[in-house]
Design a protein around this ligand. Structure first.
Ligand code: CP
Ligand code: NVA
Length: 309
């Protein structure tokens, strides 16, 4: 038996698994790692380490940035399509976790249910990282915070609006705002509010203003950052027609930007459904920082890998 001595392992299932100080450390490490890469300074602290990456949903950014991140840090990622491993044929999450723990040094998972990720983590003896669930997308929002800090120096005094669905991205923004103490407005159609438990837990631990409203113009009034995401997330495809109707008026377009401050930054985690939640003009325009966001997934996640593995 391989002894991994991982009894004190830590998981990253939600932003609230971190303290504010730890987020600050991650942001600092991200700058250093980004700089090292730019200067082509070799840095391979994860030599000999492996990360299993279980995906039951599609991915471009998360998959590639974690694979490349592991490679750059000297380690190796193993991509596991859930349909190709026995998990897809009914092997339990617990047995999958126990087995993988005998081979690898960490497990990244992207799947539907947050509970499944929690179950995997409960039985894994190695750190488990959440690469997106229906409920949360912590790696995305942590790197988005890095992108914002890179642009404006810090997250202190930040005001951010998320326009559209109260989905995994919105829920992770809520946790980030609560932990780090910045102000957040979420504008969504009635019936598409963020998760109530996430919101209630967040409001208990924070002094920041977290507001849910239904008027996107009101939400963007005095913000520095405007974020949006698809109206139909992975797994909701059968609701697409209904959602297209319900989200009318929530598109991030030139008209909505006219209600925001002139230098507002526009973020989108991507992939975008161009012409639905955001217009080409805005996504490709001068306010958009979406490809910086995509790039910073790599750098921030390397800091996560360095810390957790
Ligand atoms: N933003 C994001 O997680 O993208 P992928 O679905 O391509 O991984
Ligand atoms: N809310 C989107 C995010 C994709 C990165 C989804 O879950 O499909």
């Amino acid at each position: 038996m391989v002894s991994k001595n991982q009894k004190n392992k830590r998981d990253l299932l939600s932003i609230l698994d971190l303290t504010r100080e730890e987020v600050d450390e991650l942001l600092e490490r991200t700058s250093k790692l980004k700089e090292k890469l730019k200067q082509a300074v070799p840095y391979q602290p994860l030599k000999g380490k492996t990360l299993a990456m279980i995906f039951t949903k599609s991915s471009t950014r998360t998959r590639v940035s974690f694979e490349v991140g592991m490679l750059q840090l000297g380690g190796q990622a193993i991509f596991l399509d859930s349909g190709d491993i026995q998990l897809g044929r009914g092997e339990s999450l617990a047995d999958t976790a126990r087995t993988l723990s005998r081979y690898v040094d960490g497990i990244l998972i992207r799947t539907f249910s947050q509970r499944d990720v929690e179950e995997l983590a409960r039985y894994a003896e190695v750190p488990v990282l959440n690469g997106l669930t229906d409920l949360l997308h912590p790696c995305q929002i942590l790197s988005d915070i890095y992108t914002i800090v890179e642009r404006r120096g810090s997250y202190q005094g930040l005001k951010l609006a998320h326009i559209g669905d109260g989905n995994n991205i919105a829920n992770s923004w809520i946790q980030a705002a609560a932990l780090l103490g910045f102000d957040l407005s979420i504008a969504c159609p009635p019936g598409y509010e963020p998760d109530r438990n996430i919101l209630n837990e967040a409001l208990k631990i924070t002094y920041s203003q977290i507001t849910i409203l239904h008027d996107p113009r009101e939400a963007v009034k005095d913000v520095e950052v405007l974020s949006t995401d698809v109206w139909t997330s992975m797994g909701q495809e059968t609701e697409r027609e209904q959602r297209l109707r319900d989200f009318q008026g929530f598109q991030v377009n030139r008209e909505l930007l006219s209600f925001a401050p002139q230098n507002v930054m526009v973020m989108h985690c991507l992939p975008a459904h161009r012409g639905e939640e955001i217009t080409d003009e805005v996504l490709d325009g001068k306010h958009s920082i979406v490809f910086e966001q995509a790039e910073n997934r790599l750098h921030l996640q390397k800091a996560i890998l360095e810390k957790f593995l």
